[in-house]
Design a protein around this ligand. Structure first.
Ligand code: NA7
Length: 546
C-alpha cells in the first residue's frame, strides 16, 4: 500500500506517543496541517513529566517566561506566570490550558501505553501495540515520550523488606502531611532530592538524607514575577523568543569571551560573587568561557561554591560531606535549591554519606549501613531516571531489518540530528538522544524539532512519498559531530546520567548535542532548504549530507 492517502483505511497518518510538552505541540502542529493524528498517553491526563513529578518543591529551574511555548502569540500574551521559576502545579495548569485552548485532548487516548511497534515494510507503516491489547496502524510514528519519564529501577538493597511508607519523587502519591511527625529518609541528592529536602525537613520529626554523590547546589533565587517585568516581557515576547531560538541554551544569551585566568584572583572572586547572586544557568558555572573545558579554570569556580557551602553549613563535618569533590561544577547537572544547605543546620536533619557507609540492606523499619541501623517510618526515593533511552526502549520498536532499537544501540546510541534513526523509517523522536534537548531549555528544542519534522512530512506529502529514513551515512556523520563537539568538554570525562552512567549496562554515550540550539537550528534549517540530504525519501538517497 504505497498511496499517500490514508483516508478510510483505518490507518492514521501519525501515531504520537505522550501528551507532555512534545506531544501536545505535535498534535496541534500536525492536525493544523491536515494530518490525522492518534496520540497515546500512559497517564490519565496531559502534562507528561509535569503530571507525574508532584513531589514537594518540584519546579522548573529554567525561568518560566522562557520555559513555555512560543508558537502562538495570543497564548503567550494571555498566560501570566506568577514566579520566576514556576512550581510544578502551575506548569501543569499551563499545559492543561494549552490542551483546552487548542482543543487537543480529543487527539489522545489516555491511560494507554504503547508497548510495541514494528515496521511493516510491505505496507510502509508502523503496527503499534497498546497495553489494552489493541493495535493501531500509522504511516508515521513520533515519540514525544520525553527524556526524564522512565524512573530508574529501585536498586536500593533490601528495599522490598521495608514495611513503612515508601514513595518516589517521580511518582509522588502522598501529601506532605503524610510525612508530618515521621522519621523520614530521603535517598538521592540530585535536583529532585534538593528541591524536596527542605520542605520535608519542615514537617518531619527527623529527616536523614542518604547522599551518594554531593552536588553543586546554587540558590535558585525564586521570586514572584513583578507585574512590570511580566508586562515588559509580553511587550517584547516576539524578540525574546527569537533570541532564545538562536541562543546556545534556549534562554537569552549572556556571552562571555574571557577565560578564568585572564583576570586576577580578586577579580575572579568578585565576578563569581555577582554570578552567585544572579544564579541560574548563567550563574557561576557560566561566568568564564573555559569553565567547562579547562579543569583548572573549573576548579576556581568549584572551589568558590565549596567555600559557600562551608560558610552556610554550621557543622564542619557535615559541610565537608556536602562539598562536591567528585566532579567539576556543571559537568553533571547543576542543582538550584531554596535553603538547601541551610536545611542541614536544622536540629532535626542529619546527613549520611553513602560513600562512607553504603546501604547494606533494609529491614522492615530501618536502613542498614556498615555503621548501623537507621530506624525510619518513611523512605523517599529521589534516585533519578533512565533518561532518554528508557522511554524509547519502552516502545519496543522493531526496525526495518527486524532488530529492536535496544539492540541497535547496544554499544552506543546513534541518531540523525536526535530526531531520526537509520533502519527505523518513518519514526521520529522529539528531543531524542543526540539532540540539544539534554542541555537546553527543552521547550525551545521541542518546538524546533516538531516544526522540522512537520516540514519534512509536508515535503514527503508534496512529493507523493510515503517513506522517509535517515541514511546510515548521514547518521554516522551526525554522531561524529556530536562526539567531536562534546569531546573537548568536561561533560565527556564526567560520569553522569547525561552519559548513562547511572544505569547499569547503559552504553556510555553523551546523549546530547552541546553545540547550541541556535547552531543546531541553522543546520537543520539548511538541510531542509537543501531538500533533506541525509534522508532517503521513497528510497531515493539525496546527495551529501551535513
Ligand atoms: P538525578 O539527578 O539522577 O539524581 C539521583 C540521585 O540519586 C543522585 O544523587 C544519585 O547519586 C542518587 N542515587 C541513585 N541511585 C541510588 C542508589 N541506589 N542509592 C543511593 N543513591 C542513589 O535525578 P533527579 O530526579 O534528582 O534529577 C533528574 C533531572 O530532573 C535533573 O537533572 C533535572 O534535569 C531535572 P549518584 O549521583 O548517582 O551517586
Amino acid at each position: 500500500m504505497n498511496s499517500t492517502s490514508t483516508a478510510d483505511t483505518g490507518i492514521v497518518d501519525v501515531i504520537g506517543v505522550g501528551a507532555g510538552f512534545s506531544g501536545l505541540y505535535l498534535a496541534h502542529r500536525l492536525t493544523s496541517a491536515g494530518w490525522t493524528f492518534a496520540g497515546f498517553e500512559a497517564g490519565p491526563s496531559v502534562g507528561g513529566t509535569w503530571f507525574w513529578n508532584t513531589y514537594p518543591g518540584a519546579r522548573c529551574d529554567v525561568e518560566s517566561i522562557y520555559y513555555s511555548y512560543s508558537f502562538d502569540e495570543a497564548l503567550q500574551q494571555e498566560w501570566t506566570w506568577s514566579q520566576r521559576f514556576a512550581p510544578q502545579a502551575e506548569i501543569l495548569s499551563y499545559l492543561e490550558h494549552v490542551a483546552d485552548r487548542f482543543d487537543l485532548r480529543r487527539h489522545f487516548t489516555f491511560n494507554t501505553r504503547v508497548t510495541g511497534a514494528a515496521w511493516n515494510a510491505t505496507d510502509r507503516l508502523w503496527e503499534v501495540r497498546l497495553d489494552d491489547g489493541s493495535a493501531r496502524r500509522g504511516r508515521y510514528l513520533i515519540s514525544g515520550a520525553g527524556g526524564l519519564s522512565t524512573p530508574k529501577d529501585f536498586d536500593v538493597p533490601g528495599l522490598a523488606n521495608f514495611a513503612g511508607l515508601r514513595v518516589s519523587t517521580s511518582r509522588w502519591n502522598i501529601s506532605l502531611d503524610d510525612l508530618a511527625g515521621k522519621r523520614v529518609a530521603v535517598i538521592g541528592t540530585g535536583s529532585s532530592g534538593v528541591q524536596a529536602i527542605p520542605l520535608i525537613a519542615e514537617v518531619a520529626e527527623r529527616l536523614t538524607v542518604f547522599q551518594r554523590t554531593p552536588n553543586y547546589v546554587m540558590p535558585a533565587r525564586n521570586a514572584e514575577l513583578p507585574p512590570e517585568r511580566v508586562a515588559a516581557v509580553k511587550n517584547d515576547y516576539v524578540a525574546i523568543r527569537e533570541e532564545c531560538r538562536h541562543s546556545p541554551g534556549g534562554i537569552p544569551d549572556r556571552p562571555v569571551t574571557d577565560n578564568a585566568f585572564d583576570v586576577s584572583a580578586e577579580e575572579r572572586r568578585r565576578r563569581y560573587e555577582q554570578a552567585y547572586e544572579r544564579s541560574g544557568f548563567q550563574g557561576v558555572g557560566a561566568e568564564f568561557a573555559d569553565l567547562l573545558i579547562d579543569p583548572e579554570a573549573n576548579r576556581t569556580a568549584s572551589e568558590f561554591i565549596h567555600d559557600k557551602i562551608r560558610e552556610i553549613v554550621d557543622d564542619p563535618a557535615t559541610a565537608e560531606l556536602l562539598v562536591p569533590k567528585y566532579h567539576p561544577l556543571g559537568a553533571k547537572r547543576s542543582c538550584f535549591g531554596t535553603d538547601y544547605y541551610e536545611t542541614y543546620n536544622r536540629p532535626n536533619v542529619s546527613l549520611v554519606s553513602l560513600r562512607d557507609e553504603p546501604i547494606e540492606t533494609m529491614t522492615e523499619n530501618a536502613i542498614v549501613t556498615a555503621k548501623g541501623a537507621y530506624e525510619m517510618d518513611a523512605v523517599v526515593l529521589a534516585i533519578g531516571f533512565d533518561a532518554f533511552t528508557g522511554p524509547l526502549y519502552g516502545l519496543n520498536l522493531t526496525g526495518a531489518s527486524g532488530k529492536k532499537l535496544q539492540e541497535v544501540w547496544h554499544d552506543g546510541i546513534r541518531s540523525y540530528l536526535g530526531m531520526m534513526v537509520a533502519d527505523f523509517p518513518n519514526f521520529f523522536m522529539v528531543g531524542g538522544p543526540l539532540s540539544p534537548a539534554l542541555v537546553s531549555n527543552v521547550v525551545v528544542t521541542i518546538e524546533q524539532a516538531v516544526d522540522w519534522i512537520a516540514d519534512l512530512l509536508e515535503h514527503a506529502r508534496e512529493t507523493g512519498a510515503t517513506l522517509v529514513e535517515a541514511t546510515a551515512e548521514a547518521q554516522s556523520e551526525w554522531v561524529d559531530i556530536t562526539e567531536r563537539t562534546v569531546a573537548p568538554t568536561l561533560f565527556a570525562t564526567t560520569d553522569s546520567w547525561y552519559r548513562g552512567s547511572n544505569i547499569e549496562g547503559k552504553p556510555n554515550t553523551f546523549m546530547g548535542y552541546v553545540g547550541g540550539v541556535g547552531k543546531y537550528r541553522r543546520m537543520c534549517t539548511e538541510l531542509a532548504k537543501r531538500g533533506y540530504p541525509g534522508v532517503e525519501i521513497d528510497g531515493e538517497a539525496q546527495s551529501r549530507t551535513l
